[in-house]
Design a protein around this ligand. Structure first.
Ligand code: ZN
Length: 514
């Protein structure tokens, strides 16, 4: 990504985050960064390469705060899935992956994201039963090869889904109990040693691809394991990311296990901090949000996945009121199907608006755009480096075609970025001063070859995972009776905004489980 030559991008309309407007301006890039933004026709060094951006809107690359690269080969494999059914489907839809599948799946996602205007992501990737330095390297290499920035965090735990839900295994017939026993995870020491080895041997520039640590779901981890993960992340100065209070089942299990919310428990363990990202946080109460704010933590808001899995609607207005940093994510292709950050922004806006007619509680398009750029950038640990078109920031720039019907006519940059654009207007994309998509074609990826490889992998995995699919079909009914039973536990959540959440929660103030 080192590129010292100067480039001047002339004739475009440059998105200004502060005003929400896009006045005509030129951008001077040197190396991987923006050095100046000035009036059209501004001076540029002799010999600078010129890029013609006439008829283009230039906006900062969108930043995906939560995605799962391993999910890309499982695209479209399910429909009526709750989070719990998705976890049960895991061995079927993501089982039997060999090293080249890890690279291939991640490369497919990187290509999709770049072609849809997203230039950096926080990828929580999965290797069962234990992460390997080679597997994590393959993921980071896929992003680097495509030309995209990434944070790659292995999802780890020391208890399986079945061990993490009290009473679930006991509700199964003995034959099935035996079957799910084989999903037991590697011992904690083995997982931690593998991650330590990967972090120590990390060979990528941290501005391009950096590692992080993702204790996947708090109640899938022993406290000792969570503490070890935090110590490891802090030893290496990298981020921590966990799915917290995503589904109501998780909240009820957390309350049963800890006698308090998962967020309160994480605070007591000392895990919350500016390096900590909560994924989803659909079921955070007002005190939880305050806890995150007090510790400077971030939330990765994934409205598409939250709706798709029936998890609910996160209270982003409450998070912003308490000044919690909020980023936006798509979640994985195995649970929200496409990795389209424009769609994620639109969902974030619409999910805030569907809850009632009090417009003061709604997210503005400015807030949504800010979350999908600067908010996500901070969650990734790239604060001050990406998410803004300004001198000193990395030259991660999306070129939108203003002659595309999405922009006919061009009335308002922010409203149309969030509500109208759907990725179809993306013409070209620059990351770190280099073009990675040009005239709608990825420059570093051979799409025809990718399609052949994807089909070969699909065929092989379909065969290899037939047994896992059959097991899923035997488990589906049991899990889908047991977990919704848990989710029917009366649970009242205190959200400051009150009234208009009543259709989702019982609405009585104060956290209470009956
Ligand atoms: Zn996730």
């Amino acid at each position: 990504m080192k590129n010292e030559a100067a480039t001047v991008i002339r004739g475009g309309r440059v998105y200004e985050a502060a005003s929400g407007n896009a006045p005509p301006a030129d951008i001077l890039v040197a190396g991987d960064s923006i050095v100046a933004i000035g009036p059209a026709g501004m001076k540029a060094p002799v010999g600078a390469q010129k890029i013609d951006a006439k008829g283009m809107l230039l906006h900062p690359g969108l930043v995906n705060a939560h995605v799962h690269g391993h999910g890309n080969l499982a695209k479209g494999m399910g429909d009526l899935w709750t989070l719990e059914l998705l976890l049960v489907a895991g061995p079927w839809i993501t089982g039997n992956r060999v090293a080249e599948d890890k690279y291939l799946g991640t490369l497919i996602g990187a290509t999709e994201m770049l072609m849809k205007g997203c230039t950096a992501c926080y990828d929580l990737t999965l290797e069962i039963p234990v992460p390997t330095p080679e597997g994590l390297e393959a993921c980071a290499r896929a992003y680097a090869d495509a030309g995209m920035r990434s944070v790659v965090a292995p999802m780890v735990a020391d208890a399986s889904f079945y061990e993490s839900i009290p009473g679930l295994v006991e509700a199964m017939p003995p034959a099935l109990r035996k079957e799910v026993e084989r999903f037991r995870l590697a011992p904690r020491e083995q997982t931690l040693a593998a991650m330590r080895k990967a972090l120590r041997g990390w060979r990528f520039d941290h501005d391009l691809a950096r590692p992080a640590v993702a204790p996947t779901i708090p109640h899938h981890c022993s406290d000792a394991f969570m503490l070890d993960c935090a110590a490891l992340a802090r030893d290496f100065g990298v981020g921590l990311h966990s799915h917290v209070q995503e589904s109501k089942v998780q909240v009820i299990v957390g309350l049963q296990r800890y006698g308090k919310t998962q967020t309160a428990h994480l605070q007591d363990l000392g895990l919350l901090g500016p390096d900590f990202t909560v994924a989803h946080g659909v079921w955070l109460d007002d005190d939880d949000v305050r806890r995150l704010a007090d510790h400077g933590a971030s939330v990765a808001h994934n409205p598409g996945s939250n709706m798709r899995l029936g998890s609910g609607i996160a209270d982003v207005r409450g998070m912003l009121r308490h000044k919690v940093n909020v980023g936006i994510g798509t979640d994985g292709a195995n649970c929200s199907d496409n990795l389209n950050m424009y769609e994620a922004m639109r969902f974030a806006s619409l999910a805030s608006k569907v809850q009632g007619p009090d417009t003061k509680q709604w997210l503005t398009t400015t807030e949504v755009m800010q979350a999908a750029t600067l908010g996500s950038a901070r969650a990734l640990g790239f604060e001050g480096k990406i998410g803004l078109l300004e001198a000193g920031y990395k030259a991660d720039i999306v070129f939108l075609d203003l002659t595309h019907p999405n922009w006919l006519p061009f009335n308002d940059a922010t409203n149309q970025l969030v509500h109208t654009e759907d990725g179809a207007g993306v013409h070209s994309v620059m990351v770190g001063g280099r073009m990675v998509v040009e005239a709608r074609r990825p420059l570093n990826v051979d799409l025809a070859k990718l399609a052949r490889q994807a089909e070969k992998a699909r065929e092989r995995l379909e065969r290899a995972n037939r047994g896992n699919r059959a097991l899923y079909e035997r488990l589906e009914g049991i899990v889908n009776r047991f977990c919704p039973g848990l989710a029917r536990t009366p649970y009242h959540i205190d959200r400051y905004a009150g009234g208009h959440f009543e259709h989702q929660h019982a609405g009585r103030p104060g956290l209470k489980v009956e």
